[in-house]
Design a binder for this molecule. Structure first.
Ligand SMILES: *Cc1c(COP(=O)(O)O)cnc(C)c1O
Length: 408
C-alpha cells in the first residue's frame, strides 16, 4: 500500500521487480555505495557562530534532567548526493522543517546519551565516547540513515563541549548531558531511505541523579507489554522504541512503582529495567558461589556503555573476590526463587543517567519479591562499588583509557 505513495521517486519509474529489489535487501548495499563516493564528516570545516544573548546559568540545586540547554548546538547536514556537509556550531535554536519531512511520519530518528565531566584540574572529559559513536552508527544504519566517522564526530563534540564549558559544574555528580540526534529530513511521504538527514548535538547541564544519596526503586514486572523482541530493534537507540513504553510506565506508576521490569516470552526472561540494563547478584543454587548476572546481547538488549563498564569492572575487580560474572538469560522465576531461598544479594539497573539504580523490590504475579536490601539500606555492595569505580574514571580521579580528555 505505502509503496504507492512514492510517485515522485526515481525508483517508481523502474519496473516493479526492480522496485521490489531496491526496496528490500539491496538497501544497505546502496547506502554503502553512497558512502564510498561522498564526503565524510570533516571537522576542519567547522564554522562557529557564537550567541549574542548568553543564557543565565540555572542554580546547581535547581537543575532538572533535560530541562535547560546550553547556548549553542552543533549541526551537520547530510545529503545522499554530497555526503556530510560542513559542520556548524550556532546559537541554540528551533529547527525549521517541512511538515512532510520523513522523521515526522516514519520515525527516522535515532539518538545517543553521553556526558561531559569536569575533572579536578578543570579539564573536560568524555566517557568512552567511541562506544556512543559506534552505537549511533549501528542505530542509524538500521533505519537507512547515514553513518559517519566516529572519531571526527568526537572531535566536533569536544569543540562543542569546550565552548559550553561554563555550563559544566565542577562538583562530583554534575555533568553536561550530551544528546547527539539524527533525523531524516527528506520531504516525502514515500516510504524509502531518506535522501537527506540532519545530525545535531544539544547539551543539558545535569545534577546528581540521587542528590541526597541512593534511593532504591520499586519495579513492576511487565508481561502484558513487550519492549523488544527477537529480530526487532530493541538493541538500537531509535526514538520509536521509547514512546510505546510510556503507557506501561504510567500504568506502573499508578500502582506505585518507579519503573517497568521488562519481561520477555513465556519463560519471562528479565531483559531491562525502564531504559537501563538490569543486573542481578545472587548465590548459585548448587555451588553457593556469588554471581553477577545480566542478559546477553541477543538483539533485544540495548548495548549499554554502563553495562559494558560494569561487566569489565566486575571481571577486573570482583572475580578475584570470588565472584562469577555471567551474561546469560535469567528468568523472573529464578530471581523470585533466589529471593525466597535467601540467595538474592541485590539487583540494580545500569545506565548513563544514574550509573546504577538499586532495586528494592519487584511486583510479580501479585507478590512483592524482595531484592535483598536491608530496610535501612538504599544500595547493595556491588552497586555502591560500581558507582564509585565508574565515577573515578569518568571524573579522571583514576586515569584510565575510558576517559577522553577534551583538548584545550
Ligand atoms: C540508553 C539505554 C540504556 C543504557 O545505555 P548507556 O549507554 O549505559 O547509557 C539501556 N537500555 C536502554 C533501553 C537504553 O535506551
Amino acid at each position: 500500500m505505502l509503496r504507492q505513495l512514492r510517485p515522485r521517486s526515481a525508483l517508481f519509474k523502474q519496473s516493479p521487480s526492480r522496485l521490489l529489489a531496491a526496496w528490500e535487501s539491496p538497501r544497505a548495499y546502496s547506502i554503502k555505495a553512497d558512502a564510498a563516493t561522498t564526503q565524510d564528516i570533516d571537522p576542519s570545516k567547522l564554522s562557529i557562530t557564537k550567541t549574542t544573548t548568553p543564557k543565565d546559568l540555572v542554580p546547581q540545586n535547581e537543575l532538572v534532567f533535560g530541562r535547560t540547554f546550553t547556548d549553542h548546538m552543533l549541526s551537520l547536514e547530510w545529503t545522499a548526493k554530497e555526503g556530510w556537509l560542513a559542520p556548524r556550531i550556532t546559537p541554540y535554536q528551533n529547527l525549521s522543517l517541512d511538515p512532510a519531512s520523513c522523521v515526522f511520519h516514519y520515525a527516522f530518528e535515532c539518538f545517543e546519551g553521553m556526558k561531559a565531566y569536569k575533572d579536578s584540574k578543570g579539564q573536560i572529559r568524555l566517557f568512552r565516547p567511541k562506544n556512543n559513536m559506534e552505537r549511533m552508527n549501528k542505530s542509524s544504519a538500521r533505519i537507512a540513515l547515514p553513518t559517519f566517522d566516529g572519531a571526527a564526530m568526537i572531535q566536533l563534540i569536544s569543540k562543542f563541549a569546550a565552548l559550553e564549558e561554563r555550563f559544566i559544574p565542577s562538583e562530583k555528580g554534575y555533568s553536561l548531558y550530551l544528546r547527539p540526534t539524527m533525523i531524516g529530513t527528506q520531504r516525502t511521504l514515500g516510504v524509502g531511505p531518506p535522501g537527506s538527514a540532519l545530525l545535531y548535538v544539544i547539551a543539558s547541564p545535569v545534577g546528581p541523579y540521587y542528590p541526597t544519596g541512593f534511593k532504591a526503586i520499586s519495579l513492576e514486572a511487565t508481561d502484558y507489554a513487550v519492549r523488544a523482541w527477537p529480530g526487532g530493534v530493541g538493541d538500537k537507540k531509535l526514538g520509536a522504541n521509547y514512546a510505546p513504553c510510556i503507557l506501561p510506565q504510567l500504568e506502573a506508576a499508578k500502582r506505585g512503582f518507579h519503573q517497568n521490569l521488562w519481561l520477555f516470552g513465556e519463560e519471562e526472561f528479565i531483559t531491562e529495567v525502564g531504559t537501563m540494563n538490569m543486573f542481578v547478584a545472587m548465590k548459585n543454587k548448587e555451588t553457593g558461589q556469588k554471581e553477577l548476572l545480566t542478559a546477553p546481547l541477543d538483539g533485544t538488549i540495548l548495548e549499554g556503555v554502563t553495562r559494558d563498564s560494569v561487566l569489565s569492572l566486575a571481571r577486573e575487580k570482583l572475580v578475584k573476590e570470588g565472584w562469577n560474572i555471567v551474561e546469560r538469560k535469567v528468568t523472573m522465576k529464578e530471581l523470585a526463587d533466589a529471593a525466597a531461598e535467601g540467595r538474592l544479594l541485590e539487583a540494580f539497573g545500569a545506565g548513563t543517567a544514574a550509573i546504577v539504580a538499586p532495586v528494592r523490590n519487584i511486583s510479580w504475579k501479585g507478590k512483592l519479591v524482595d531484592c535483598g536490601l536491608k530496610p535501612d539500606e538504599e544500595a547493595g555492595e556491588v552497586a555502591l562499588k560500581m558507582k564509585d569505580w565508574i565515577e573515578a574514571r569518568q571524573y579522571g580521579d583514576e586515569e584510565h583509557e575510558w576517559s577522553y580528555v577534551v583538548p584545550k
